[in-house]
Design a protein around this ligand. Structure first.
Ligand code: CP
Ligand code: NVA
Length: 304
């Protein structure tokens, strides 16, 4: 039995754990803003394994470890050759001998599960093709700040049923949030994750119509139509997602004080217009900043 915990999937957390992470994130954020250092991870190291590019995930984990008194190592896609130069299990065993934690951004979700199975230190999912749980934790923190609460809100997710959408379904599995998805045919979220969320939360539903999804929404959320690794499908996807752009007209159908969120990177002029992402409803840069604070809470909980 492992004597540590991982952070791979929001569905593995209880409601209380999710809310505690948010509380701890707010505390760490306030300490930082007040100029008080927290060296809760003094002398600890985090190995960061990347199979895909990143701005926010890499920088926020690296800066977060530094601010907590620790150190993070960036391992680029070509450095390790996860599963190619060496098996995922052996990489996990070796990294765990040098480090207090591993954060991994991978293609196949099974790779992050394998890392967790074989590493004797905590493993954090920094995005897989299936899930992006750290992003949704930062999103929940952003919602808590802008709406005064992380529960009792209505989120409308417009676009691709991708890793972000799946992680939102996992959030709706655990928290009292209403989640309406506007997804075109053929791009639905993972079936099992969707069934589990709708089975547990009566306020989760899927429609083909963005206008229906955003009715009464406190939050409109979108993400790229073409995720990392799907680049060859970009043209087809642009055609299939026609009508799913978050523009002024769509925002006007939600609550007057709706906030617009996007995990970034954005493809301006595709899933979202410049006018909306740069406009008064957008909170995308607060959201990006909150990656730092939310992940510091996860790091402290797992590595301390
Ligand atoms: N939102 C997010 O994960 O950004 P990066 O891909 O830049 O890390
Ligand atoms: N769905 C996107 C998120 C990027 C942060 C991707 O997987 O590329």
């Amino acid at each position: 039995m492992a004597d540590h915990r991982d952070f791979l999937d929001i569905s593995e957390c209880t409601r209380e754990e999710v809310l505690n992470f948010l509380k701890e994130a707010s505390r760490l954020k306030a300490e930082l803003k007040a100029g008080r250092g927290c060296d809760e991870l003094k002398g600890k190291t985090l190995a960061m394994v990347f199979q895909k590019p990143s701005v926010r995930t890499r920088v926020s984990f690296e800066v977060g470890m530094y601010q907590l008194g620790g150190y993070a190592l960036y391992l680029a896609p070509s450095d390790i050759g996860l599963g190619k130069r060496e098996s995922v299990a052996d990489i996990a065993r070796v990294l765990a001998r040098y480090n207090d934690g591993i954060m991994a951004r991978v293609f196949a979700h099974s790779d992050v599960l394998q890392l967790a199975e074989h590493a004797e230190v905590p493993v954090i999912n920094g995005l897989s093709d299936l899930l992006h749980p750290c992003q949704v934790m930062a999103d929940l923190l952003t919602i808590k700040e802008h709406k005064g609460k992380a529960e009792g809100v209505k989120v409308a997710f417009v676009g691709d049923g991708n890793n972000l959408c799946n992680s939102w379904l996992n959030a709706a599995l655990r928290l009292d949030i209403s989640l309406s998805l506007a997804i075109p045919e053929g791009y639905e979220p993972d079936g099992e994750i969707f069934e589990r969320a709708t089975g547990a939360n009566p306020n989760v539903f899927l429609t083909r119509a963005p206008a229906e999804a955003v009715e009464g929404a406190d939050i409109i959320y979108t993400d790229t139509w073409t995720s990392m690794g799907q680049e060859t499908e970009a043209e087809q996807r642009r055609r299939d997602f026609k009508g799913y752009m978050v523009d002024r007209e769509l925002v006007g159908k939600a609550k007057a004080d709706v906030i617009v969120m996007h995990c970034l990177p954005a493809h301006r002029g595709e899933e979202i217009t410049d006018e909306v992402i740069d406009g008064p409803h957008s909170v995308v840069f607060d959201e990006a900043e909150n990656r730092l604070h939310a992940q510091k809470a996860i790091l402290v909980e797992l590595l301390k």
